[in-house]
Design a protein around this ligand. Structure first.
Ligand code: DGP
Length: 237
């Protein structure tokens, strides 16, 4: 008889990781701050994993990339669904990282960007609910850190690149949409937003972010809440 091979079971982490999302208009400094934050957390001995959306490395992400670079044209709703699909395809790995590995995730943009950008297009400006609906039920962030900067100041930071949304009027509309989404989340009371003045120096912004994130990680560890569902009641049972 062939002896049974004992199944390899990884040790369960003491607690799940925190899911931190950095949001803001283009050129607000999210990407720089996300990588500084990862280094800071690792320096504290905490596991930290970087994620970003859109994730252009997948097949869906490649379609998004072509669209953003104006190499293809797509209907506004179709591209919104692609951005959402790009998050859904990452959701199992995201959950695994938080729950099975107990690592914290620092995510550069997520569903709020999805809704803010798409609903800033004239064809979707009256369809905020439809834009949100596609992302309902995704893993919910434990904190949104919004890097706030006036559009004029963001634009001065070396100017926008040539991508589709990097235009003054669009960015102004997106900033307004983010405020609206913040109000909606605050009313709902499940996802805390932290507004950081992104016009400060890199170091000043970094200090504020580190403090917010350390508190959030502590809260997640002490409260032992499961990963939430975005814009949705927890499922029972
Ligand atoms: P980034 O790689 O962070 O520079 O993002 C690329 C651009 O796509 C940027 O202008 C923001 C926009 N964007 C990010 N996520 C979404 C989304 O889910 N939907 C839409 N419509 N735009 C998005």
């Amino acid at each position: 008889m062939i002896p049974a091979i004992p199944s390899k079971t990884a040790a369960k982490p003491a607690s799940r990781g925190a899911f931190i999302v950095l949001e803001g208009v283009d050129r607000c400094g999210k990407t720089t701050q996300a990588s500084l934050l990862i280094k800071h957390l690792v320096g504290l001995g905490l596991a930290a994993v970087a994620m970003r959306f859109p994730d252009r490395t997948t097949m869906v992400g490649d379609l998004i990339n072509q669209y953003l670079q104006s190499k293809s044209e797509l209907d506004d709703r179709a591209v919104h669904l692609l951005f959402s699909a790009n998050r859904w395809e990452a959701a199992p790995a995201l959950r695994k990282t938080l729950i099975d590995d107990g690592a914290n995730i620092i995510c550069d943009r997520y569903a709020h960007s999805g809704v803010a950008f798409s609903s800033s297009k004239p064809s979707l400006e009256d369809n905020l609910d439809w834009c949100r609906a596609c992302d309902v039920g995704l893993p919910a962030p434990d904190a949104i850190i919004f890097l706030d900067i006036a559009q004029e100041e963001a634009e001065q930071r070396g100017g926008y690149g040539g991508e589709r949304y990097e235009k003054k009027e669009m960015q102004q509309r997106v900033r307004k949409r983010f405020s609206q989404l913040q109000e909606m989340d605050e009313k709902d009371g499940r996802i805390p937003w932290f507004i950081v003045n992104a016009a400060q120096t890199i170091e000043e912004v970094q200090i504020e972010i580190n403090e917010i994130v350390e508190k959030t990680v502590e809260k997640v560890q002490s409260e032992e809440q499961p990963v939430g569902l975005l814009w949705k009641e927890e499922t029972k049972g």
